[in-house]
Design a protein around this ligand. Structure first.
Ligand code: NDP
Ligand code: OXD
Length: 306
């Protein structure tokens, strides 16, 4: 069995070594233009030329959870496309989102500013009941995040395409229930995949429906958010601020207003990193399962877009 590895901006050597160790029977090579046909590919942001030259692939393994960039390419029709299924990302996402929610809820930024000014001051504690947190996307990451928030006794709501039942989480589903979900939410967490249905989902019209004083945490994709609309709603006072990990253009351009906005916290697309060792174990296991014609989790529905 041959495996080809093609991952932009990734140090290939440790991946190749890890895949070779996990799949000792396989030949694992770094893709070069003109390389011999392989059975499976492990990829992140490959060029179109890669798929044009590898039309026979049986499996395409994305070393990330989001496949929006991959699905823009022409993929071999018969290939099974597989995304990372947690692989150590859900706990990171839970840490990041709980940190952002609690930092806002407990006004730690305000305390830090006071302390930096040499002030010993108290703020009136916020009412937890006034901070319902709504999680858009209840998949591998969203469900873990919703459950983690519940541990801090927040009132947690969730919204997904299909109907879900998660203990302690008030679940909404489909476009018909989106308005009700927004109206019941103050802190909005985005964990949707980027698809034609979800692009620009956070815009003036939708974000205005959040409770006054709302807060946005975007950890999915930059193109979910209309950035100017967020600034308009923060500057008008309808929203209190935002924590953003993803942007329409990455790296965030030097002149972008988000860098300096006092109510926006920016992180460099780091909320849930791909962990190499966990990912290699998962991918190697799935390659072997596919070879044995067994079913695997994490297969992407390329028509649905996630
Ligand atoms: P999943 O595919 O497991 O979950 C996606 C969820 O979104 C599902 O609950 C799905 O509903 C829901 N959904 C999809 N389309 C719609 C829609 N039109 N309306 C309502 N709900 C919808 O994805 P993951 O949880 O693994 O990852 C989510 C996203 O997080 C990734 O696509 C990626 O973009 C982003 N990400 C960001 C990272 C970062 O570092 N910033 C790291 C990793 C991922 P249903 O369950 O009904 O299908
Ligand atoms: C992912 C990401 O999709 O890191 O895995 O954004």
């Amino acid at each position: 069995m041959k495996i080809t590895f093609c991952c932009a901006e990734t140090n290939a050597e440790p991946w190749l070594a890890g895949l070779r160790a996990a799949l000792p029977e396989a030949q694992v090579d770094l893709w070069q233009p003109g390389a011999a046909p392989a059975d499976h590919a492990v990829v992140w942001a490959p060029p179109q030329q890669f798929f044009d030259e590898q039309p026979q692939l049986k499996g395409v393994f994305n070393i990330g959870a989001g496949v929006d960039a991959l699905l823009k390419l022409r993929l071999p029709a018969q290939a099974t496309v597989v995304r990372l299924d947690d692989a150590g990302m859900s706990v990171q996402m839970a840490e990041y989102v709980c940190h952002a929610v609690i930092r806002h809820f407990r006004e730690f930024d305000g305390y830090e500013a006071d302390v930096n000014a040499g002030k010993w001051s108290y703020r009136k504690p916020s009412e937890r009941a006034d901070f319902p947190v709504g999680v858009m996307g209840l998949g591998v990451l969203g469900e873990r995040v919703a459950k983690a928030l519940k541990q801090f006794d927040f009132s947690v709501l969730g919204w997904s395409r299909s109907v879900k039942a998660i203990a302690g989480v008030c679940c909404f589903a489909g476009t018909a229930q989106f308005k009700d979900f927004l109206a019941a939410t103050k802190v909005l967490v985005n964990l949707l995949p980027l698809t034609p249905d979800t692009r620009d989902i956070m815009r003036l019209e939708t974000l205005s429906q959040l409770q006054r004083g709302g807060y946005i945490i975007n950890v999915a994709r930059g193109a979910h958010l209309v950035e100017e609309d967020l600034i308009t709603l923060i500057d008008s006072g309808h929203l209190a601020g935002a924590t953003l990990d993803v942007f329409r253009s990455e790296p965030l351009p030097a002149q972008h207003p988000f860098w300096q906005h006092p109510k926006i916290t920016v992180t460099p697309h780091t909320s849930a990193r791909t962990l190499r060792d966990e990912s290699i174990v998962q991918i190697a296991g799935k390659i072997m399962a596919l070879e044995r014609r067994e079913s695997i989790a994490g297969i992407v529905d390329t028509v649905r877009g996630y």
